[in-house]
Design a protein around this ligand. Sequence first.
Ligand SMILES: [Zn+2]
Length: 165
Amino acid sequence: MPDIDADKSHSTRLIFTVLAITAALAALALARPILSALGATCLALALYVGIRDVVAVVFRALTRHRASWHSLLAVAAVTFSTVAISFRCFAQPARLAWSDGLAVALGMLIHLLLDECFSIDLEGARLKRSFGTALKLFDYRRPVATALMAGATLLVMPWMPRWPF
Ligand SMILES: [Zn+2]
């Protein structure tokens, strides 16, 4: 997930392809009672191409690698969003929704830790320039992106179930 900000990342392509397929399938299911079969298919195709080829390109242009998405604030934002989506959209029980969120958090934290480990050159006994860019509290160099991410984190909180443990 954090490498969603890497321009040539395989995970970026995978994430936007999964989002595009999900949106297209949702459009087919939801628009079918309203639109004709041809109309619903056209809408699904437009969403697929729009998300995969337009939204992804804009996202790539607006984000920088190892900036806002490589931070503990991003871990919180994605974790809380996962809990809320799992609970509200997929009707999972609170315990399972929180398990989904914690699994995402664990994966992101491992990614950030590994990024930092690869910033240490053990043979040369030195720190690479990338050290400290992955595991940080928030991106202090980009206050607007940080404020937007913090706002999104706060906005999603009312949609989360109570901590079940
Ligand atoms: Zn990374």
